[in-house]
Design a protein. Structure first.
Length: 267
């Protein structure tokens, strides 16, 4: 049985003796996290956006990222099931529709699969999630488990990496379309649509968190939740870099691009 989430995290073992941040200071702290920790800074993304990855390496990125995209509605539905406030649930519901679509099924996941199609990936194989790197699965599942076990304030706050998302989507659209022949409007439809959706989502989420973090400890819990989410995103790219860039060791059972010259595990 899914239990309603407590609104606030429990009292920390050592309560903060610092004064509560002002609204401006709190927003600055959230912004600074993105400047220091967002996965736009990761070497794998730098290679991707500058056109330095091979077609096969991009295939591996798209396939593994699908599990994250597919799990966003899982995360949101888990969170909604723990919300007592109908008004918040109604507001949050649009996120699920954005990704899964409504009755027509024309949502973000379907648009993301257009990218996989352009990359000549077997769509049934992508959707099966059989070729995932173990760390991709563990990181994403940790995110779903986070929103299923933490307070409502922390769970909502974990989505605030959306503050930084429009910039990376714009960078990705520009970089991919410049450097890769396959990166046309059809392939990049998910990212182009998501820029506006992310801005809309973050307006609600950021204001809700700012208004409901009433103590410095609440604010610290929010910042820690955002840090956790940046680590979820960073860990996925660490795994991709290790398996498909350097040193190039692909774990047993994970996707091996056709003709990919990766290193072999020692016998």
């Amino acid at each position: 049985m899914i239990m309603p989430a407590p609104f606030y995290p429990g009292s920390p073992k050592t309560p903060s003796d610092k004064v509560k941040l002002t609204r401006e200071e709190f927003i600055t702290a959230l912004t600074q996290l993105g400047k220091e920790r967002y996965h736009s800074l990761h070497p794998f993304h730098k290679l991707l956006h500058s056109g330095k990855l091979s077609f096969e390496q991009v295939q591996a990125w798209a396939l593994n990222r699908f599990y994250y995209q597919w799990s966003i509605p899982r995360k949101d539905l888990t969170l909604m099931a723990r919300m007592n406030d109908v008004d918040i649930r109604v507001e949050w519901r649009s996120r699920v529709i954005d990704h899964e679509g409504d009755i027509d099924g024309q949502g973000g996941i379907k648009r993301y699969l257009q990218l996989c199609e352009r990359l000549n990936l077997d769509i049934d194989y992508v959707k099966s999630c059989e070729g995932l790197l173990p760390a991709s699965r563990f990181a994403v599942d940790a995110y779903v488990n986070f929103v299923g076990s933490r307070s409502l304030l922390e769970a909502v706050a974990s989505s605030l990496t959306e503050i930084y998302a429009p910039a990376i989507h714009a960078e990705r659209i520009s970089g991919l379309s410049k450097h890769y022949e396959w990166a046309d409007d059809y392939a990049l439809a998910y990212f182009k649509k998501r820029i506006g959706q992310a801005r809309k989502d973050v307006e609600f989420g950021r204001e809700w968190v700012i208004n409901n973090a009433i103590t410095r400890d609440d604010q610290n819990a929010v910042l820690n939740a955002v840090k956790f989410k940046t680590e979820v995103l960073w860990a996925q790219l660490d795994a991709l870099y290790y398996a498909y860039v350097d040193p190039g060791f692909i774990p047993p059972g994970a996707f091996i691009p056709k003709g990919f010259n990766g290193k072999k595990w020692a016998e």
